[in-house]
Design a protein around this ligand. Structure first.
Ligand code: C2E
Ligand code: MG
Ligand code: MG
Length: 689
């Protein structure tokens, strides 16, 4: 820390100066100036290296006294000791020098031994002071600050004190984007404000503890604390309007004066965490529940090994649903903690803690293993399980053993890797792009499917799509929530789904809670969804029953016996026929056989869409000419008991329809196909939007 080893000699007489230099040159680096002005030039450049100054009083341009007066105005030079060279007759001047804070005197002509002694003395003393002062801002360092707080609390009785800890949000960013010099400017501005407060406050101790962390201790007064916090922000804005700097202040109103100062700091720090990321308040006060939070965290960490051993963690499954046929098509495994005394805990109560401490890695392995075991069990029971996805925390993405661990688990249970989908949260992709891309590639080669979880929640979603081979996008639920829905959220979702189609990466939207959301997702062509609307995460047994139930209720009418139902459609007075006409969506039933079709029945909306106004078969066929090829194309793809993806069709006048084809009955190779057209124009991104 102490690189200062240079002595600055300021004297106009060249002979004396070189003599002086000769005396000290063996011990110190020496630089010389012939007057005060020159000296300031050197100070400006080199003040961080200068250990002491030897100053002559009588000089042209700027004499010693003028130099000292100016010198005292510079905060950043205050730790540099000054020794003044005098002759015995200058008593008045000596007095003035002492007033101006000179550290020592040497008598001219110099006695080399004495001079060296005096230099050594002042330099050592100043080093002790420097040790207590921060190099950048000149205010107390952590240790000194703690000592001073202790002293003040011992000496000042009958006052209630507050310990305030504050830091600058996104300070790292300022350093990275604008350079450390600019960062230092910000720090100095904070220190400057502290000095201002000190001038106005009787008992006030302050210091810089590390990087952008400062603290102060003062008699507690809510208004004063708040005005300090606000003034800090006002000053920081002056440093640079662009930074939009915010400080987070944590306040601990000291109620136990025997407590270590470092503990006071811890409490103020816990409080400061409360205001991180909040836009409105930059001050938070410590309360006992915060220390409770810390204790809870420790408890949760201590319990984990036992909980893993005793299998207290349970796999819950939340179905994913294919929106084309509303059928479950797999599930996501979500952990729950069946705690012996606290009951069933949800991930938010322990996952963030485990993520902070890296323990999440172990818990992930546990979940993967349990899911593979479950898949094995289903396969042994002769079921054809749908894939189950597991979450992979970012800690595991950096685990060089990740690929081995995953392949070992699937091998151990003899489960095809395609049945295990890996959900990686979007933010993890951003951190070490290259490493993660490589890991992804390897996992892909092993046969695992990769899903990007919480897509759209972070900053770099689109960038990631460019480079990563992904199998699924899992779109963040926030687009469906609150005010976002029915507004911009809708438009963003529409664009994401469209993009996922272009990129041929299927998308699944999470957090779907209402039928309106489902309808909307279907309209914009989203193929999969997951959310409370269909089912909440549930224990394995319930999931098994859910899948069974869905399968049973799934088989729609399309069997040979059901052909008669469709015959009802011929009867224009039948209930089904009237119902058909009431539906406000263009709808028609076609008979399809051997690359030919006939329109059997159409409702009024369908006629309107195709401009059919009564008429005979030939007339109708003519009206359908333009759509004929498209219809034949799609009819050739439909299969009995099989849901088909919808298709989107550009209609005239910039309108769009989403067509759905469903076999509703079959007799041998003759199929009855119901076609519905949904107007989805409003969900299309408009160029002039
Ligand atoms: P995630 O992976 O994004 O999981 C989706 C979360 O959304 C689940 O919360 C789920 O219950 C919830 N959710 C599903 N549908 C809806 C809905 O319609 N509305 C609302 N409001 N929420 C819905 P859960 O189970 O509490 O899990 C929270 C997060 O904890 C997960 O977010 C995941 O990041 C993490 N997590 C859960 N289990 C594990 C695990 O085994 N390993 C790791 N690393 N993380 C896990
Ligand atoms: Mg997930
Ligand atoms: Mg998610």
């Amino acid at each position: 820390m102490y690189k200062r080893n240079t002595v600055l000699v300021i004297d106009d007489e060249e002979i004396i100066k070189s003599m002086l230099i000769n005396v000290i040159v063996n011990e110190y680096e020496v630089i010389g100036a012939s007057n005060g002005k020159e000296a300031f030039k050197l100070l400006k450049e080199k003040h961080e290296e200068i250990a002491a100054i030897v100053l002559d009083l009588i000089m042209p341009v700027m004499d010693g006294i003028a130099f000292l007066e100016e010198f005292n105005k510079h905060e950043e030079y205050q730790e540099i000791p000054v020794i003044v060279a005098t002759s015995n007759e200058e008593e008045e001047k000596e007095k003035r020098c002492l007033e101006l804070g000179v550290w020592d005197f040497v008598i001219k002509p110099y006695n080399p031994t004495l001079l060296l002694f005096r230099l050594k003395n002042v330099i050592e003393k100043s080093r002790m002071i420097i040790h207590d002062h921060d190099m950048v801002t000149g205010i107390y360092t952590k240790m000194k600050f703690y000592q001073e707080v202790r002293q003040m609390l011992l000496q000042v009785k009958g006052e209630k004190f507050a310990f305030v800890r504050f830091d600058i949000d996104r300070f790292k960013m300022i350093n990275n984007f604008y350079g450390t010099q600019e960062g230092d400017r910000v720090l100095k501005s904070v220190a400057g404000e502290m000095r201002n407060v000190a001038k106005k406050t009787e008992h006030f101790v302050y210091g810089r503890l590390e990087n952008d962390v400062f603290a102060c201790c003062l008699p507690y007064d809510e208004e004063r604390v708040e005005s300090i916090a606000n003034q800090l922000e006002v000053n920081l804005k002056k440093v640079n309007e662009d930074y939009n700097i915010k400080v987070s202040c944590g306040v601990y109103i000291i109620d136990d004066y025997s407590m270590d100062v470092s503990e006071m700091y811890d409490r103020a720090f816990l409080a400061a965490k409360e205001c991180k990321g909040k836009f409105i308040s930059n001050i938070a006060y410590y309360d006992e529940s915060m220390i409770e939070g810390m204790r809870y965290e420790q408890y949760i960490i201590n319990e984990v090994n036992k909980a893993l051993e005793e299998e207290q963690f349970v796999v819950y499954l939340q179905p994913k649903v294919n929106l084309v046929n509303d059928m479950p098509c797999g599930a996501e495994a979500l952990v729950r903690w069946n705690h012996p005394t606290r009951g069933m805990l949800t991930p938010s109560e322990f996952i963030p803690i485990y993520e902070r401490n890296g323990i999440i890695g172990k818990l992930d392995h546990y979940m993967w293993e349990h899911v593979c075991k479950l898949l094995r069990k289903w396969m042994d029971e002769g079921k054809k399980p749908d894939p189950i996805s597991v979450n992979v925390s970012r800690v595991n993405l950096y685990n060089p053993q990740l690929i081995h661990i995953l392949t070992d688990i699937v091998k151990k249970y003899n489960v095809p890797p395609e049945l295990l989908y890996l959900e990686l949260t979007e933010s993890a992709f951003v951190e070490d792009h290259e490493l993660i891309t490589k890991t992804m590639e390897k996992l892909h080669k092993m046969g695992f499917k990769i899903m990007m979880d919480d897509f759209g929640s972070g900053y770099s979603s689109l960038n990631i799509l460019k480079d990563m081979e992904l199998d699924f996008l899992k779109v963040d639920m926030k687009f469906l929530q609150g005010k976002e829905f029915n507004g911009r959220g809708e438009k963003i979702l529409t664009s994401i789904i469209r993009m996922s189609k272009w990129m041929k990466i299927p998308a699944i939207v999470e957090g779907v809670e209402t039928i309106e959301q489902i309808d909307f997702l279907k309209c914009i062509g989203c193929d999969y969804a997951q959310g409370f609307y269909y089912a909440k995460p549930m224990p394995v047994r319930e999931y098994e029953a859910y899948v069974e139930r869905s399968k049973r209720s799934a088989s729609p009418i399309p069997t040979e016996e059901n052909f008669y139902l469709v015959n009802e459609l011929w009867n224009t007075r039948s209930k089904i026929s009237r119902f058909f006409d009431l539906i406000h969506v263009p709808m028609a039933v076609f008979e399809y056989h051997n690359k030919k079709f006939d329109l059997l029945r159409a409702n009024a909306e369908f006629d309107r869409l195709f401009g059919i106004d009564g008429g005979n078969d030939a007339y109708i066929e003519e009206k359908l000419t333009t759509a004929k090829q498209m219809l034949l194309n799609e009819f050739s793809k439909v299969k009995v008991n099989h849901a088909m993806e919808d298709i989107e069709i550009a209609w005239t006048n910039n309108t769009w329809y989403r067509a759905r084809f469903q076999v509703i009955a079959n007799r041998g190779k003759t199929l009855l196909i119901m076609v519905t057209f949904l107007d989805v124009t409003t969900y299309k991104p408009q160029w002039n939007d």
